[in-house]
Design a protein around this ligand. Structure first.
Ligand code: KIV
Length: 275
């Protein structure tokens, strides 16, 4: 079934959980889409897991468009959300609309995501007014890692928890149709999910959210640089890949690959004339 902003909203209303995963290329998006994933996020996490940067800060709008368009080509039913990278919307409302518009026009995605609470509500309102659906992202917002002083759980004190609730209500009022809650204590995320009409998608925010998102390299154990506490590895794909590469090298080395079934034939009389 083709997922839309409306089907995801209905899932929340019916108490059905929404599954989201990141993807950054055509073949991965196609696999996840065939598995039935509801929504795919082309996260700016691609800066770390695909491009090898230490944070998401260096990621550009062009990077997001390049990967976003590939994912959209692979996703027939999943709703594709593309992240707006650092400084593509914080600078002004005008920049936010122009860059969100470029992402939509050049990728074919259904929505954009941006990080922040009250301070980005004017941007959310303007992008939504331009008929572009917006996913908000509050709690630990990795583009602000330098301001936070590291990747830390958010909303742990009464004051911080109140601010997070206010941020959630503000982005909903600004027109976001969904909100990611990252690294938020589970009970607080559950409370926010109950207060909001729009779906919440948790990452490190417990099971009380309306849905969950993980970076796929984390959940398939393909990225060893850093594994956050909230990650569950659902398969050891990294190990399987390494074993396959070792086996390939062995068979190339001992001449057992390629075998007869992997090669193309030519008639003997043709070959004989070449000697
Ligand atoms: O960039 C990303 O992958 C994200 C998720 C961690 C929510 O924003």
């Amino acid at each position: 079934m083709k997922q839309t902003v409306t089907t995801l909203q209905k899932m929340k209303e019916n108490g059905e959980k929404i599954s989201m995963l990141t993807a950054y290329d055509y073949s991965t998006a196609k696999l996840f889409d065939e598995a039935g994933i509801h929504t795919i996020l082309v996260g700016d996490s691609l800066g770390m897991v695909m491009l090898g940067y230490e944070s998401t800060i260096p990621v550009t709008v062009n990077d997001m468009i390049h990967h976003g368009a590939a994912v959209v080509r692979g996703a027939k039913n999943a709703l594709v959300v593309v992240d707006m990278p650092f400084l593509s919307y914080q600078t002004s409302v005008y920049d936010a609309v122009v860059n969100a518009g470029r992402i939509m026009k050049e990728t074919g995605a259904t929505a954009v995501k941006l990080e922040g609470g009250k301070e980005v509500c004017p941007q959310i309102e303007a992008i939504v007014k331009a008929s572009i659906p917006v996913v908000a992202h509050i709690g630990l917002t990795p583009q602000s890692v330098n301001a936070f002083g590291g990747f830390k759980v958010q909303g742990k004190t009464e004051e911080a928890a109140k601010q997070l609730i206010e941020a959630a209500l503000a982005v909903e009022a600004a027109g976001a149709f969904m909100v990611v809650l990252e690294c938020v204590p589970a009970k607080l995320a559950e409370l926010i999910s109950k207060q909001l009409h729009i779906p919440t998608i948790g990452i490190g925010a417990g099971a009380g959210c309306d849905g969950q998102v993980l970076v796929y390299q984390d959940m398939l154990a393909m990225y060893g640089d850093f594994t956050p506490k909230f990650v569950k590895q659902f398969a050891q794909v990294g190990v399987t890949m390494k074993q396959a590469v070792e086996q390939y090298m062995k068979e190339v080395s001992d001449g057992t690959f390629p075998a007869k079934e992997h090669t193309f034939a030519i008639r003997d009389e043709v070959i004989e004339k070449l000697y």
